[in-house]
Design a protein around this ligand. Sequence first.
Ligand code: FO1
Length: 336
Amino acid sequence: MSLKPEQTVLALSGGVGGAKLALGLTRLLPPEQLSIVINSGDDFDHLGLHISPDIDTHLYALSGRDNPQTGWGQRDETWSFMESIRELKGEDWFQLGDRDLALHVLRTQHLKQGRSLTEITQSFAEAFGIEHTLIPMSDDPVRTIVKTKVKTPVTNTKTGMAEVEDLPFQRYFVEQRCQPEVAGFCFEGIESAAASPDFVKRLNDSNLAAVVICPSNPYVSIDPILLLPAVRQALINSPAKVIAVSPIVGGVAVKGPAAKMMAELEIPASPLSIAAHYHDLLDGLVIDQLDRSQGQAIRATGLPVLVTDTMMVNLDIKQSLAEAALEFALNLNSDD
Ligand code: FO1
């Protein structure tokens, strides 16, 4: 590993796909050399509880508590709470397991007591035996909204435009199972939100050697992090090498609706589009061997490419991808 002992790495991650690479990185690097910044734009209030899906996915994945079938929620869950919710005609579109519920209840209580999302997340990580630092992208509320085209034949008689309905991300992703056609996104609160202090500290650390953008959905999981005021500029100014692992392999998203969103936005679902999306931020892009043929086209844009196996089907591949991605980043020359 060509990372020097004093050098640090920052991972930017979102949901399930990102958490897989984050886990690989934690098995590669000690806590003092790796921190993980997590999207909090999926957060929402549900049944009076503050839910932070991407943070929880990382708390579970990095402590071996995750449900291996779904990638979210805890393994060995019981569902008595949901049975009662249904019996009492409560909202049951979002499944909250009994173990999972405890975390949301306590997070809600701690937030009401004025503790920050960062502080709460780190106390839960500690309780779960996670030694690496998990950092919510912001302690301020940011809410990812999916702008969807309403399918009804009704169009606005004046403008002739199809009606657009704004959906909070979880309503789009879980309640509507990603069915609605996507017209765009917005991130409520992002203009007045600040990147969390721990995020800013690590971003400005002179020992920061690499930033790894994990294979999460660029539009709804990574963009909220990058669009926080001053983050994008700090990444561009940083001497650290910034690389991304493509979440699109062989024209499909490994997990989640990214490819469907791209089709609806008329963006080709390809690693080339991922490179274009992150554009001037990236010093390098990691793509899967299935997309080897795209490598040349991406390199032709001046962006170095690493072609490797990015399908993280087991723990060993998660770790070997983490190692390959990091070596790739650290060996990028400044004049690349
Ligand atoms: N995803 C689902 O598809 N269905 C659910 O009922 C569901 C519940 C849930 C509860 C807690 C939690 O932390 C995540 C949960 N997720 C569920 C996953 C979540 O919606 C997505 O993983 C992320 O938001 C996507 O990045």
